[in-house]
Ligand binder design. Structure first.
Ligand code: GLC
Length: 584
């Protein structure tokens, strides 16, 4: 998408006094629907790193419940909880051994129910993370499959296959694991000789389910109902794009390590985006609609391009899908304008909201990414002590501006715990602490995601910054996090925490989530992105110097030096502001 520029440049050259901003036609009109999920701001909690109530060094459900009053002051509509189910924790809980229970690490089923009902009393829904692509190798179904014969009903719940080549010693096909290495692991036969292989898109401890088997589909319908009966406000669907594999599981045409080759884009790999997915999503939507309170389905779908992702949120499918193209966008005005325009255009064709997101537990936090100029980090690859280190001051300034800008966009948004404190990654975490299977399976070649998963700081002068009463933490925290602690930010009007609170309150008051969008053309300001959402003008200055704001429109709020510079009609470097359109 490119923005028309001629209107403003023509008038500029004729008349110096004319505003450098020229409003373009409206690109996105509000939907006729006003359901909560169209505008929801959802806060992701990664339970092991949020708040530890027992002193084990691992966050837990009771810790989250105890902090709900503080989460409520942020002004979010829902919490997405990353997995807390029984699990051997080989992939931080994304290896589930029982979808209808609670891991003792995190508490009990009663704790989960208390969390759901207490959140409800604050008007906050709890969204459960469902992991349908794979389970743990310690799940009863997989153990039964291992104990059963090739060709049995038990094995048909997963992807078991004989090897190819001499003696069946070569994996059945060339599919890779996203964590590195082959996607196939061989198991012994009943007589102890090498037997069949099973497929795992992630770690060998995470066998993929065979979604073509109706028994698998029934299992997950039961799980959805279990959590809906317990009061869940919906589901985030893990790796939704990979649930079905192409019939016959043919070799994929990319490189064996999973990297794409010309003609074989990653998104076209035979384990992604198969059309049969959509029948399952339609069924899940029907199930959600049987329950009160409009439970939501949000897909983690690495599907490209955005026009294809729109099929995932078409009527009768999921309600939301994370906009990873937005998350991947660098600090670049044209790229940002492009992805926003393309997203709204694509999602408007199916009357679905766009779900903006900047950080989560799988990527370097945006305060870190934006401190590394021009570096496009791969999803799933963090930063370690041997990598170039981010400029943390620049990263934080840009992160604050990026969030203020994002919260001005129409649609829903996801926030990741700790970003409201301005946290970046732990970028110097020593290898000996790393637990991410990405690091372990690649023999340390890939840094992995531990850096963005570090327990968050609550109290500046307490052990573990108040994360746990004993000072224990499952990953060490950086030494300079005192200043980011919640207690110091609570009453500081200039803190990142209060910036988030202000932006969320104003966003809700102004109805921006259900608003419209038009771009401004401002060719004289090539590093400024300005939009109008209903009666609010939102300006993001991506440059390193102050720029003029649109003239005559009063400032609603800004993330940096707001009032002082705004009095001069200016917006500071790496900053964002919201203004009230005077004709609004
Ligand atoms: C998703 C999760 C990630 C996990 C992977 C495998 O991408 O967000 O954390 O490792 O699925 O379950």
């Amino acid at each position: 998408m490119s923005l028309p520029v001629d209107a403003a440049s023509a008038s500029d050259s004729q008349n110096e006094a004319v505003s450098p901003y020229a409003l373009q036609p409206v690109l996105h009109e509000p939907s006729a629907g006003d359901q909560w999920w169209r505008r929801a701001v959802i806060y992701q909690i990664y339970p092991r790193s949020f708040k530890d109530s027992t002193g084990s060094g691992m966050g837990d459900l009771a810790g989250i419940t105890a902090e709900l009053p503080r989460i409520a002051t942020l002004g979010v509509d829902a919490i997405w909880l990353s997995p807390f189910f029984p699990s051997p924790q080989k992939d931080a809980g994304y290896d589930v051994s029982d979808y209808r229970g609670v891991d003792p690490l995190f508490g009990t089923m009663d704790d989960a129910k208390t969390l759901i009902s207490t959140a409800k009393s604050f008007g906050i829904r709890i969204i459960i993370d469902i992991v349908p692509n794979h389970c743990s190798n310690e799940h009863a179904l997989f153990k039964a499959a291992l104990a059963a014969e090739p060709g049995s009903a038990e094995r048909a719940m997963f992807h078991f296959a004989d090897g190819s080549g001499e003696g069946g010693n070569t994996p059945p096909n060339n599919w890779f694991s996203l964590f590195g290495g082959s996607g196939w692991t061989r198991v012994p036969a009943a007589d102890g000789t090498p037997g069949q292989y099973y497929f795992h898109l992630f770690d060998a401890t995470q066998p993929d389910f065979n979604w073509r088997n109706p028994a698998v589909q029934e299992e997950f319908e039961k799980t959805l109902r279990f959590w809906l009966d317990a009061g869940a406000g919906g589901f985030r669907i893990d790796v939704a794009h990979a649930m079905f594999k192409k019939h016959g599981m043919p070799n994929w045409g990319g490189a064996p390590d999973g990297t794409p080759r010309p003609g074989f884009p990653f998104a076209e790999a035979p384990m992604f985006g198969q059309p049969e997915l959509h029948q399952v999503f339609a069924r899940w939507r029907e199930i959600c609609e049987e329950y009160p309170g409009e439970p939501v389905l949000c897909s983690e779908a690495n599907v490209r391009p955005l026009t294809r992702l729109a099929d995932w949120v078409a009527p009768g499918q999921m309600h939301q899908s994370f906009n990873f193209d937005y998350l991947r966008t660098l600090w670049d005005r044209d790229a940002l304008a492009g992805v926003i325009g393309d997203s709204l255009e694509a999602f408007d064709t199916v009357d679905a909201p766009t779900t903006w997101v900047l950080s989560n537990h799988d990527v370097s936090r945006h305060a870190t990414r934006f401190g590394l100029d021009g570096v496009a980090l791969d999803l799933g690859d963090g930063i370690g002590p041997r990598d170039p280190q981010p400029d943390t001051t620049l990263g934080l300034a840009r992160a604050r501006a990026a969030t203020v800008f994002m919260l001005g966009l129409p649609g829903g948004a996801y926030l990741y715990q700790g970003e409201e404190l301005g946290l970046g990654d732990h970028t110097t975490l020593e290898d000996r602490y790393r637990q991410d299977p990405t690091f372990l399976r690649s023999n340390g070649e890939r840094t992995g995601r531990d850096g963005c998963r570090v327990p968050i700081p609550w109290v500046h002068d307490a052990p573990a910054y108040g994360f746990s009463p004993t000072g224990d933490t499952w990953l060490p925290q950086p030494g300079n996090w005192a200043a980011f602690s919640r207690d110091l930010q609570d009453d500081d009007p200039a803190s990142t925490l209060n910036l988030y609170r202000k932006a969320l309150a104003l966003r809700s008051e102004l109805g921006l989530g259900l608003g419209s969008l038009a771009f401004f053309a401002n060719p004289g300001l090539p590093e400024v992105l300005a939009i109008r959402n209903s009666d609010t003008i939102i300006v993001l200055n991506l440059s390193g110097a102050p720029v003029p704001l649109p003239a005559g429109d009063p400032l609603l709020f800004s993330d940096a030096n707001g009032a002082k510079l705004a009095a001069m009609g200016m917006l500071g470097a790496n900053a964002a502001a919201w203004l009230r359109a005077t004709d609004g």
